[in-house]
Write a protein that binds this ligand. Structure first.
Ligand code: NAD
Length: 469
């Protein structure tokens, strides 16, 4: 087994290059990572292919190894947490939760095995459905939850008997590299490899003929490129893409009771959550109260460097994301929106944007119709519930949605009308490891999570034989 020192991808990029990693709380580079050349993937994927034959052969050994991997993540929890906060920006408490979810995923999938089934359809034939692994899987991951999303891909893929090549975002390569080193010490050699580098590394990985499944999380536009790239080898594709989740308040909502939960559903991880509440539809009668309750929280939440234990909201992850959020907010303000809180970037170093609550936003403003992915929440009044449901469903996205009210049956009946993969009543973005996770419309292709995630990494193999000799 490789030690972290001998692991190939830990050498200075095979091409010799390295790239800087920036601390979003200061805007300054604090470390660097290897910038792998796309051509060097041939060797990595070749090794992943050779490691596959041993790994796929023994499900019991896989379970044991994945449990050991979960233990290793837990033991290194503090180091992973700090490094994740340093490169991603989120508060330590959120990084710690992310690390815990990373080990929980490994444990969850360590215990899942595919079920062999027989077909009993009256024919004089014994037919059995078995499951086979696919081969090397490419896991391409964004910067908002680098560890948790990587684990959401490699845990089911490994449990199914595949080997995996993980490529984190160049904005957040370091915690994933640390995770890769930890897991290399407990998994057989080359079963899991972390590669880091700038584009076109991801594009090359997605199109590589040795990859049999590309599982990608990221933006809709890159998702389309990944699908195109993978079509060259006809590899299976799973895409978990952007969202623009709506939350709908009903007229019986208890504003003070739900305000905290609603606020954090929009602002956690500085709004950089695919399933954050990104638009809030509120009965006109409650609009002023809701804007006030959320604005008051936005003005008083502790914004600062994630490494400060008092911080509740960190910076945005990178300069491009800050510029995007600023542009969308400025446009909304120019179009007539009012900032009840925030509305501008914060003075000083780092990628900080003041938590922003927008009222009087034109419904066709890009901050409403697109995915702003930042600490900005437009609050839109409605007079007709049907019109509000139509507006909630009126974008190309369909990841999640929520309905908030006191009458739970009525709220659930409205949630049933949302065009999305997961809906909540009086909550948002809380997922179970055991649930299927899928977006509709532009928000995704394929199903991850629970047994669906496992079978998404498997190929059915059917054997028929006569019942009698
Ligand atoms: P992104 O699409 O820019 O990048 C995602 C990953 O793809 C990164 O590793 C990036 O380096 C890589 N990449 C870039 N170009 C590529 C190419 N041509 N081929 C292959 N890989 C390429 O996304 P991001 O900005 O890192 O992350 C934010 C986006 O991710 C948001 O849209 C967010 O909604 C989405 N997201 C979705 C989910 C979900 O589960 N649906 C979860 C988290 C984030």
């Amino acid at each position: 087994m490789p030690t972290p020192e001998t692991e190939p991808e830990r050498a200075p990029g095979p091409g010799g290059g390295r790239f800087a990693v920036v601390d979003p709380a200061t805007g300054e580079a604090f470390d660097e990572a290897p910038d792998m050349r796309p051509d060097d993937l041939d060797a990595v994927i070749g090794r992943a292919h050779r490691a596959w034959s041993g790994w796929r052969a023994d499900p019991a050994a896989r379970s044991i190894a994945l449990r050991a991997a979960a233990d290793a993540v837990e033991e290194a929890g503090d180091d992973l947490t700090r490094l994740l906060t340093r490169e991603q920006g989120k508060p330590l408490s959120e990084s710690s939760t992310e690390v815990a979810r990373t080990s929980a995923r490994l444990r969850h999938f360590a215990d899942l095995t595919p079920r062999t089934r027989t077909i009993d359809d009256g024919r004089p034939v014994h037919s059995e459905i078995r499951w086979r692994s696919l081969g090397p899987v490419a896991a391409i991951v964004p910067w908002n939850f680098p560890l948790q999303l990587a684990a959401a891909k490699f845990a089911p893929a490994l449990a199914a008997g595949n080997t995996v090549v993980v490529k984190p975002s160049p904005y957040t390569p370091l915690a994933t590299r640390m995770l890769g080193s930890l897991l290399a010490a407990v998994l057989p050699e080359d079963v899991l490899t972390v590669v880091t580098g700038r584009e076109p590394l991801g594009a090359r990985l997605a199109s590589h003929p040795g990859i049999r499944h590309v599982t990608f999380t990221g933006s809709v536009s890159t998702g389309r490129e990944v699908a195109r790239a993978a079509s060259a080898s006809l590899a299976r594709v799973t895409l978990e893409l952007g969202g623009n989740d709506a939350a709908l308040l009903l007229d019986d909502a208890d504003v003070e009771k739900i305000a905290d939960r609603l606020f954090w559903a929009a602002f956690r991880n500085c709004g950089q959550v695919c399933m954050a509440v990104k638009r809030l539809y509120v009965p006109a009668r409650l609009h002023a109260d809701v804007v006030e309750a959320l604005a008051q929280r936005a003005k008083t939440v502790a914004v600062g460097p994630g490494l400060d234990p008092a911080t509740q909201l960190g910076p945005l992850n990178n300069a491009a994301q800050l510029a995007r959020v600023e542009r969308l907010t400025r446009q909304a303000l120019a179009d007539g929106a009012r900032a009840a809180a925030g509305g501008h970037r914060q003075d000083g170093p780092g990628y900080f944007f003041a938590p922003t609550v927008l009222a009087d936003v034109p419904p066709d403003s890009p901050v409403v119709t697109g995915e702003q992915f930042g600490p900005v929440l437009p609050v839109l009044p409605y007079r007709s519930l049907d019109a509000a449901v139509d507006a909630a469903n009126g974008t190309g996205f369909g990841l999640g949605g929520s309905v908030w009210g006191t009458d739970l049956d009525r709220a659930e009946a409205v949630a049933e009308r949302l065009e999305c993969g997961t809906a909540w009543v009086n909550h948002h973005a809380e997922l179970s490891l055991a649930q299927p996770f899928a977006g509709v419309k532009d928000s995704g292709v394929g199903v991850a999570g629970g047994p669906w995630g496992l079978y998404g990494n498997l190929q059915p193999f059917v054997v028929h034989r006569p019942r009698e000799a």
